[in-house]
Design a binder for this molecule. Sequence first.
Ligand code: MSP
Length: 497
Amino acid sequence: MTQFFVTTPIYYPNAEPHIGHTYTTIVADVLMRWHAQRGFATWSVSGVDQHGEKMVETAAQRGVPVRQLVEHYAKVFQDTWAALGISPSRFVCTTEPVHVANVQRILKQVHDAGWIEKREYEGRYCVGCERFLTERDLVDGKCRDHEREPELRRETNYFFLMSREFAWLRGEIESGRFEIRPERYRNEALAMLRDESGLGDLSISRPKTRLDWGIELPFDRAHVCYVWFDALISYLTGAGLPDDPRLAARWAVAEHLIAKDILKPHAIFWPIMLKAMGYTTPRRLSVHGYWNVDDRKVSKSLGNMISPLAMRDRYGFEPFRYYLLREMSYGLDSSFSEAAMVERVNADLANNLGNLVSRTLNLVEKVCGGAYPDAGELDPNVLGFLSLDQSLRQTREQVERAFGQLQAHAALAAIFQLSTDLNRLIDGFAPWKLAKEPGGVATAGAVLRVACDGLRAIADLLVPFLPDTAARIAAKLDARPLVRGEPLFPRLELAAD
Ligand code: MSP
């Protein structure tokens, strides 16, 4: 069976998950369901990044032990995904003994192979980013993402000799062996490699005198491993390192989903780390833009977060999931607004699809006595429509093409276009009138048959995107007798806070 393997970033567990984490995690879930539906053996990894200074900083601010903080939020993240019906095949916590052992074994191996060197270092460190910044990361002397001044640091660090492999990495990216998409991020990664002044070798340790929360270097117990070196390895831990026999098959097709904030560690550090460790580059890196609220990136440090559980409680999870998938063009930034979400959900889910379901079932109940309608002679062409077969073929092609490029918004637009067309078909043939004309019942039934079959196809196409909605539509169509029942989506009202 062909394998599919996708990862989300492992998130920092120092606050509740917000819309940004939720988006990447939803896209991974859509990909999993999409591939499962197409017969792939699927595996996904998510998790939490528990080491590093950011965790120590938050724990100190809250006056709690760091281990307690990261264990608490690890559970919050895991429980949130479960509550939303999303379950990664493997949820990695970086404090897990199996992960710690993997990181230490890899550090030793890479050190023994001559990839690591001890040096004096001076640089400007942003705890928000958990990395040393370069000129290009700064706006008015502050980190552009976290709006805080980085700290000047001078200390002895171990360096991973990454710069030796920049030419090789360029080749991996240019040849497409390591695919970075969309194109703009591939270009950005290549630009980083061209202008090496922003790169150099990678500091991969912190002296315990500064930070003792981390994985000890096996070759120098006075230092802990840099959080990114530890975090990236979680993808291998998640894929089954050290002893899952499926590790190799998974690794061969690994696809990482990230937002553009962490392009550099994934596009530059990680493939070279993998080379040093004796693994191939990941197959693909798929990079999306930011969700902004009030024109600023949503983040914990800026405090303008949108909670997925609050959205679920107010509006239902699938309407929220639909909005995120329908609104963002993968690769570009989007603005979140509750008012726009309510409008979009009412237009597409309640008025378009929801209405199609309820009017179809209502008419089937009335015209066909609740029996699944018989197919009949019907020439939709007379009203300027394609036959159902033709329009389904067209829709399927559009959906495949769009989601093949991770453009869920375009895939959903194509699916909902089919719903619009079916509504127009019903309007055009007016089965409620036909049924009253002599001999018209059979034609009315034939129209409703097209609508029912079309709805089945829509449900099938929606499975990866809106699994619960898809199942509810299918269940309504499978019921005997068919009845109008409850509306699929109630119209939403904007919640007043
Ligand atoms: N711990 C690191 C990742 C290590 S991966 C080996 C980290 N964590 S994070 O909690 O900051 O998560 C960053 C990721 O969360 C982004 O790459 C993206 O997937 C998601 N998002 C967080 N905020 C986001 C937006 N405002 N918009 C879209 N996605 C964003 O970085």
